[in-house]
Design a protein around this ligand. Structure first.
Ligand SMILES: *Cc1c(COP(=O)(O)O)cnc(C)c1O
Length: 422
């Protein structure tokens, strides 16, 4: 069952009053729920030398990042602006991984100058760092295993042999040997092979690939492999019939595998989850603005798919929708649509919902990761505000809604015309 159903009820929050005060639409995050997930995560893996580096791209808001830092989490950043955001939220460079792909040498050098731990995604990048005499003493390498164990769901992430990420295992030894020849003293290995999985297998497979490669590197290069980073991708139940990932079971299997490593080798296990940590603890609150009867019954709401782009980008994406304040006790089958001029602007299709009227609130669930962060201004639809619900029932504005001034912001510049005629 989607975990965000019920969080406002649990706290006795008067959501219609919140909607009245702040105005719809808004993203609302549940601080207590995030705290509980962080505690459960840390408890499941307690006793293991491990750390979660929250994937900043999932929910890049400093108020949330500070909350996560208070649980000992670090941050996984994929760009310099994300590094800046993590630093602005109070993280130190030692709390930050920089896991980027197809990065320019200038961006990588800036990340290295900021003293964050860089995961190198390709050998061309290492060669450029060598040329620039900028190879750090400790660095990570991302692996692309090319193959997967049977039974993997590759629908969200694709198959590794077509992925643009990571270094092939048959090149890894050479790449790492080159790195060692240029001053690298300690290595981390990184992998990420799947997304939104709710079983232990992908993480265990990831760890197996990492330990196998690390063992080979330690034997052949006599190098210290200090970090095994199994990436993110742990999933959440979006649909009512789905079960959450069993963290305790996963931790048990991981512990078993790590216990089998040679006693003189104690790598740190790292995770970079985004979705698992904040995904269930956000709802997008929207108001019905039009009821329309065409060939189907349509519920028109005051957000479009631009505010929740994953419903457009990935096929088969489902977000649970509830209407807890609708007066009717009957249900009906409707499409929930926004106001974009494209017919794929649907937040739900042929969904059974309580009968709603204009002015009713709809809650779109499990949008706490890759939700607001992916929003766009296509069609001149401005991005909604973000609110944080605290355990004492107070609600704090943590990002204002975009304004027309923001929409015009990049149009204010110094005129610059260049003659392109030869
Ligand atoms: C996107 C991403 C993550 C987080 O993915 P989730 O599915 O939100 O856990 C972690 N690491 C890397 C390298 C990523 O690209």
């Amino acid at each position: 069952m989607p975990m965000s159903t019920g969080f406002t009820e649990r706290l006795g929050v008067d959501l219609p009053a919140v909607a009245e005060h702040f105005g719809t639409p808004f993203y609302l995050y549940d601080a207590q729920g995030i705290d509980e997930t962080c505690r459960a995560f840390n408890a499941a893996f307690s006793g293991l030398d491990c750390r979660e580096y929250f994937a900043v791209k999932a929910l890049p808001n400093p108020a949330i990042l500070r909350l996560l830092a208070s649980h000992g989490f670090g941050f996984d950043c994929s760009s310099l602006p994300e590094v800046a955001l993590a630093l602005a939220a109070g993280a130190s460079s030692r709390d930050i991984f920089f896991t980027s792909n197809n990065t320019s040498i200038d961006e990588l050098r800036a990340a290295i100058d900021a003293d964050v731990f860089v995961n190198i995604d390709d050998e061309s990048v290492l060669n450029k760092l060598i040329e620039a005499d900028a190879v750090p003493a400790a660095v990570g390498f991302r692996i692309n295993p090319g193959r997967l164990a049977d039974g993997f769901d590759t629908s969200l992430f694709g198959h590794p042999d077509s992925a643009k990420f990571g270094i092939r295992p048959d090149r890894l030894l050479d790449v790492c040997a080159t790195a060692v020849n240029h001053g690298v003293r300690s290595i981390g290995l990184h992998i990420m092979i799947a997304a939104n999985f709710r079983t232990s297998e992908p993480t265990l497979y990831a760890l197996d690939v990492l330990t196998q490669e690390a063992t080979r590197l330690r034997e052949k290069l006599d190098i210290d492999v200090t970090i095994l980073n199994v990436g993110g991708g742990m999933g959440i139940p979006y649909r009512p019939d789905e079960q959450p990932l069993d963290l305790d079971e996963l931790a048990g299997h991981l512990r078993q595998r790590l216990d089998q490593l040679p006693p003189e080798w104690r790598p740190k296990l790292c995770f970079e989850n985004g979705r698992l940590i904040t995904g269930p603890h956000g709802v997008l609150v929207t108001r019905v603005v039009n009821r329309m009867s065409k060939w189907r019954e349509l519920v028109g709401v005051d957000v479009g798919a631009t505010a929740l782009l994953r419903s457009l980008v990935y096929s088969g994406v489902y977000h649970h929708i509830t209407a807890p304040y609708a007066a009717a006790d009957r249900t009906e089958t409707v499409d929930v649509v926004g106001s974009l001029c494209t017919n794929i602007d649907r937040l739900a299709e042929q969904r059974e919902l309580p009968v709603t009227r204009e002015g009713d609130l709809l809650l779109i669930h499990d949008v706490g990761a890759h939700g607001h962060a992916m929003a766009s201004t296509y069609n001149g639809r401005l991005r909604p505000k973000e609110l944080l619900l605290h355990p004492d029932g107070s609600v704090e504005l943590i990002r204002r809604a975009e304004t027309e001034d923001d929409y015009f912001a990049t149009l204010g510049f110094t005129p610059d015309t260049f003659s392109a005629v030869r």
